[in-house]
Design a protein around this ligand. Structure first.
Ligand code: MIC
Ligand code: SF4
Length: 755
């Protein structure tokens, strides 16, 4: 059904010649990342070596995956590209739009009802253009991809930042915006700046309470949310080989949290076991035949400093379980230091909810390890103190763990099984709380923990840990509890200790599923009609953006000078807004409502330069648009961190913002801005951020000579009549400058397809 053996054969058939060419071009031994990248050049065999972190390179990915919340915009764009069918195997996954409220069955029914229009749209577009469609309830994109599509040595892109999850099966899998997916589906090359390489050497072996999740929680602490920007992280060493394929997936998944382009492990026995266990023995066989190409060269791993731009070493035997948070995934605490951190920082020690599962951590191994803790709660007469939820990553995992009795164990402990969907991970959570103004703590086995992400409540302190640690904390209901050393009082008043988790990597009876939820597209979709109601609140056909006017841009007003962390959740919030992901004008009403205004420290309150009054960001910008006044957004470091959602770029573009000027960008967001024809620029001297005053008017000069590597000039006109001017950088290459000039990349594709 789901995978395409011929395509994989083709990829492997060309591996040998492509890698020989790459060796010749670079004149050195190769990392796995380089092998895969050079084997996927759209020009074919490598003719030159590329400079990491500098050269833009065209690639030909093997497949595309999209989730429902981003697929709508990706496919609305694809529909404008004028192609009869997608050029590479592609899939759509309905996972983000299901709200967690009561439990799996009821919530899924409600979602199917509430989202019918969007699901019907996605199903009919998929049918028409030859895209595989995974219905609501089938599971979360990254888990479904790992189980069905990922293969060692492949390259894919996905419209979701956690696409790198497939690195657990040795694939270069990269999160992108919908416009990039649209290019690849239209048969165009996909451009990426040749990444830098970070090597992570894993020695030793995990034991006890420590799990794969702790590797990435530790790495996040070392590298921080920016540390992986522009880099691919390659894991190697005996420790890497000892981790299950799904454990590797967890590590790669959360590489998104350090800004990495993707993360990857080399093909090994564990991957072969997982492929066979998920009914893909034929792929394992193909991979075995080319296995020397599916890991880095021995010399590379023997002398990693010579081949990677940065090397980190972690000894799994010494690694402690970690808990990261609150509010950012890189605040890493080894469990032995966590209780003190909770007390010293005055974080609420009482744990209100523990949530396990999600795309990051819902493998058979995760579930069995967590269930071994849950079972002890029942056996040792412990009453679970916090609420507890379980989100299976796919129907296949759910069916299998249910068959084997584990879901039952969780419900006995007091847990609630949610639908196979994103749910609370992305604010799709009708959380039951008596007082939302209370500072409170939750802990999840998910990946992100930005403020308001899970339940929309700024008072919620969200922490991230492995599912087994989350389960233990949920039982204790106390963040100062250390399951490795502390005891708990049970219902008989006795002191009991939780034993170490015990897991099973692969189901002994094999994976099983009754209805995986897959719908194949029509052989010939030309007769399929795609209907978008012009009065719909949820879907809106796209209008092309206007082209650049051909002059420098003068007289821009400051929409907002954002202070501190400004993630895509701040720019285009998810949760309740997910329902407008297919309607650009409606979703634009959430534009930047989470960003903190530097001048008053408030969110969604900015000064309207035309009236002098403070008002919400979207309304203020709509007023500028109505008066044909351009504006600029100013931001801090790592602006646009987090999600791949291109709405964060399209909304300002749609409402008439002309430029985003920040200290630094997160990769996917920067590309999304460029794709939509927005000017994305950075301070050459980040201290110039301080020169920007609330009532300034901005000119951007140098655009008539806009060229790669050439700075532009920003002139600030202050209200006292003085001016300041400074240089700004950009990373546009010649092609991207054309996107800017045309008013967006899609305008160019449309032109090409029409001619
Ligand atoms: C996320 O985890 O933030 C999301 C929701 O999956 C996003 C995609 C989106 O905003 O739709 C992501 O990670 O890219
Ligand atoms: Fe869904 Fe959360 Fe995974 Fe994003 S991180 S795909 S929202 S489960």
């Amino acid at each position: 059904m789901a995978f395409d053996l011929d395509m994989i054969k083709n990829v492997y058939d060309r591996y040998s010649t492509r890698i020989d060419a790459a060796r010749k071009a670079t004149g050195k031994h190769l990392t796995l990342t380089e092998k895969i990248l050079y084997a996927h050049l759209s020009e074919g065999d490598a003719k030159q070596a590329f400079e990491r972190g500098t050269d833009y390179v065209d690639f030909a990915p093997d497949r595309v995956a999209m989730q429902d919340a981003t697929a709508q915009m990706a496919l609305l764009q694809f529909m404008q590209a004028g192609r009869p069918q997608v050029a590479v195997p592609s899939t759509v996954h309905c996972d983000h739009l299901i709200q967690a409220k009561i439990g799996a069955t009821e919530d899924l029914h409600t979602a199917i009802d509430v989202n019918r229009e969007v699901y019907d749209f996605l199903a009919s577009v998929s049918d028409k253009y030859g895209i595989g469609f995974w219905k609501a309830g089938a599971g979360i994109i990254h888990q479904v991809v790992l189980e069905n599509y990922a293969f060692p040595g492949g390259m894919m892109i996905g419209t979701d930042s956690h696409t790198p999850n497939a690195g657990g099966l040795g694939m270069v899998a990269i999160g992108v915006g919908g416009a990039d997916a649209c290019d690849v589906m239209a048969g165009l090359p996909w451009e990426l700046k040749f990444p830098k390489l970070i090597g992570v050497k894993l020695t030793g072996k995990l034991s006890g309470w420590t799990s794969a999740k702790d590797v990435i929680l530790k790495v996040a602490g070392i590298l921080t949310v920016k540390g992986g920007t522009g880099a691919i992280v390659e894991y190697f060493g005996e420790g890497a080989r000892s981790l299950s394929a799904t454990g590797k997936g967890t590590i790669c998944n959360m590489g998104a949290e350090i800004g990495a382009t993707t993360s990857i492990f080399g093909y090994d026995e564990k991957m072969s076991v997982y492929l066979k266990g998920t009914k893909r023995a034929d792929i394992a066989e193909l991979a075995d035949a080319v296995k020397e190409h599916l890991t880095g060269d021995d010399e590379v791993y023997a002398n990693p400093e010579q081949y990677f731009d940065q090397v980190i070493e972690i000894n799994l035997s010494e690694l402690e379980p970690h808990i990261n948070g609150p509010f950012t995934p890189d605040l890493a605490w080894p469990i032995s230091k966590f209780a003190t951190a909770v007390k010293e920082n005055n974080w609420p020690a009482e744990l209100e909810v523990g949530l396990i599962g999600s795309c990051t951590n819902s493998s058979y191994e995760d579930i069995t390890r967590s269930a071994s803790i849950a079972k002890q709660a029942v056996d040792k007469h412990l009453k679970t103190k916090a609420e507890f939820t379980i989100t299976p990553g796919s129907e296949q995992v759910r069916y299998t763990v249910d068959r084997d009795g584990y879901l039952n164990t969780f419900t006995e402990m007091g847990g609630v099984v949610l639908a196979n969907a994103c749910g609370p991970c992305i604010g799709q959570w009708a959380r039951h709380t008596d007082d939302p103004t209370r500072k409170n703590s939750i802990i999840t086995s998910f990946n992100r923990n930005f403020a308001k992400r899970n339940d929309g409540n700024p008072n919620t302190h969200a922490f991230v840990a492995s599912p087994e640690i989350v389960t233990a904390f949920a039982i204790a209901g106390d963040l100062t509890f250390n399951p490795l050393t502390d005891t708990l009082t049970n219902e008989n008043g006795e002191q009991v200790k939780l034993d170490e988790p015990m897991g099973i990597e692969m189901p002994v009876k094999g994976y099983a599923v009754e209805d995986a939820g897959y719908q194949a597209p029509a052989e010939d979709g030309s007769g399929v009609e795609v209907i978008v109601d012009p009065k719909s609140a949820r879907l809106q056909l796209l209008e092309p953006f206007t082209a650049w006017e051909g002059t420098d841009i003068k007289g821009l007003k400051l929409l907002i000078k954002a202070k501190g962390k400004c993630t895509t959740d701040h720019i285009s919030m998810a949760g309740p807004w997910l329902k407008f992901r297919g309607h650009l004008d409606n979703i634009s009403n959430n534009m930047l409502i989470g960003a903190i205004n530097y001048f008053n420290n408030e969110s969604d309150s900015v000064k309207n330069a035309l009236t002098g009054e403070y008002g919400p960001v979207p309304a203020t910008q709509r007023d500028y648009k109505a008066h044909h006044v351009g504006s600029i957004v100013v931001g801090d470091e790592n602006y646009g961190e987090g999600s791949s959602r291109e709405h964060a770029a399209m909304e300002p573009r749609h409402l008439g913002v002309r430029a985003i000027l920040v200290k630094s960008f997160a990769r996917i967001h920067e590309t999304n801005l460029k794709k939509q024809g927005m000017l994305a620029i950075t301070f050459a001297d980040s201290n110039d951020y301080d020169k920007i005053l609330e009532d300034d008017t901005f000119d951007i000069d140098g655009l008539t000579e806009f060229a790669p590597g050439k700075q532009l000039t920003v002139v600030l006109h202050h209200t006292d009549g003085t001016t300041d001017s400074f240089q700004v950088n950009h990373t546009y290459n010649a092609q991207q400058i054309e996107w800017f000039k045309a008013g967006g990349a899609l305008n160019i594709i449309r032109r090409q397809m029409a001619s």
